[in-house]
Design a protein around this ligand. Structure first.
Ligand code: NAD
Length: 361
């Protein structure tokens, strides 16, 4: 993906990222300030979460929504979904500035896009907020199961990450069995806890870390994992490192220290710099399963809700992440390119192929 910078003008950023449409939503009465970015709709409506965050500047908010919406295009494309990429940000403190009126006003902006953009929860928003948006528009997924939604996507996301880990283990060790393999799970929140559970069911040895000491001790006891301090992650000689907390944990300093052979986790944007650090991992012989390929369970869950799929079909689509990861790793090896470059190539090819289909009849 080209790497535009935040210092570019608004229109040159849009051009560099390749966006189709960006909508600025302002409503002084409710205090709503939001940006909806629709990156690409070749494959279908743009689906992406709404993030509420107290951005320092409006430029930061714009840059974030452009970057995130573009990666949604790639995530859905490689997962084989008929969805385009979009994202929205609401500028504000989710603890102080959120209200029913603000969310419903935001819902009306989404309604006016007539299905070109469909949203769901993200950082700073939750299923209850989606219910308020649903009061104004049908174009919102991730509403609670009690009102017909798909509920918490985290168990599905964890299953997809497990598929990505198994495909990576197959590529690196020749068999996808996790028996006896050791995995460091960084972040034992909603996805991390589910992943620890799945890994233990596969007889992997699990080291778990979190900044919340009590939570990690409880999870370690519950599933038979070993709790470790967050500072020791890069000192442990494990087979796999699964980042399930924050982005950018893989950078020039941590790559030097890293002892694991495989990196595969749920956190978004794990590489501080996609190109530089993707290449460094390739040269060091560390297999990196691109985050957007293996953490697609959440978007698959939303897609299923949109299509009215059964839980069984959702699980099947999520299990396909194994094959999608294998394809990325094979292309990376065949062309000696980073796994992220390989994933981007596969996603871009699917979009351009389908664009040709749609331009004919
Ligand atoms: P969460 O907030 O439930 O859990 C995150 C956990 O990480 C928390 O327990 C937190 O204490 C811990 N943490 C924060 N900083 C840490 C640090 N420096 N070191 C160790 N632990 C730290 O979030 P989640 O829903 O489990 O998501 C985890 C990651 O996966 C996020 O990056 C998210 O964007 C990504 N993701 C989640 C989903 C999903 O379905 N929930 C889907 C796709 C991607």
């Amino acid at each position: 993906m080209p790497v535009p910078t935040q210092s570019n003008s608004i229109f040159s950023q849009l051009e560099a990222f390749g966006h189709k449409k960006v909508v600025f939503c302002s409503d002084p009465e409710t205090g709503l300030k939001a940006i909806i970015a629709i990156h690409d709709t070749t494959l279908g409506p743009a689906l992406g979460g709404t993030r509420m965050w107290a951005y320092k500047t409006e430029e930061d908010a714009l840059y974030d929504v452009l970057r995130l919406s573009k990666s949604m295009t790639y995530k859905s494309a490689i997962a084989g979904l008929n969805l385009g990429g979009g994202k929205a940000v609401i500028i504000g403190d989710a603890h102080k500035d959120k209200s029913e009126a603000l969310l419903r006003k935001f819902g009306r902006f989404i309604k006016n896009l007539n299905g070109e953009f469909i949203t769901a929860e993200d950082v700073g928003t939750n299923p209850r907020d989606m219910e308020f948006i649903r009061m104004e528009t049908q174009y919102v997924m991730g509403v609670p199961e009690s009102i017909g939604g798909s509920g918490d996507p985290s168990p599905i996301t964890a299953l997809g990450v497990l598929m990505g880990i198994k495909a990576s283990v197959k590529e690196y060790y020749g068999s996808d069995s996790l028996t006896g393999k050791s995995v460091i799970v960084q972040g034992t929140g909603r996805v991390g806890e589910n992943l620890v559970k799945l890994l233990r069911e596969e007889n992997a040895k699990v080291y778990a870390s979190d900044i919340n000491d009590d939570a990690v001790q409880n999870i370690a006891k519950k599933y038979g994992a070993q709790a470790i301090s967050n500072n020791s992650i890069f000192d442990i000689d494990a087979d796999i490192y699964a980042p399930c907390a924050l982005g950018a944990t893989i950078n020039s300093q941590t790559i030097k220290k890293l002892k694991c052979n495989i990196i595969a986790g749920s956190a978004n944007n794990q590489l501080e710099d996609e190109q530089v650090h993707g290449r460094m991992l390739l040269e060091k012989g560390v297999l990196f399963a691109p985050d957007y390929v293996i953490n697609a369970g959440g978007i698959i869950n939303c897609y299923s809700e949109l299509m009215g799929f059964s839980k069984k079909r959702t699980m099947q689509l999520t299990e396909n992440i194994y094959e999608a990861t294998r394809n990325v790793l094979k292309l990376s090896k065949a062309e000696n390119i980073s796994t992220t470059e390989a994933a981007n190539k596969i996603a871009e090819k699917r979009i351009s192929d389908i664009r040709k289909v749609k331009s004919t009849y």
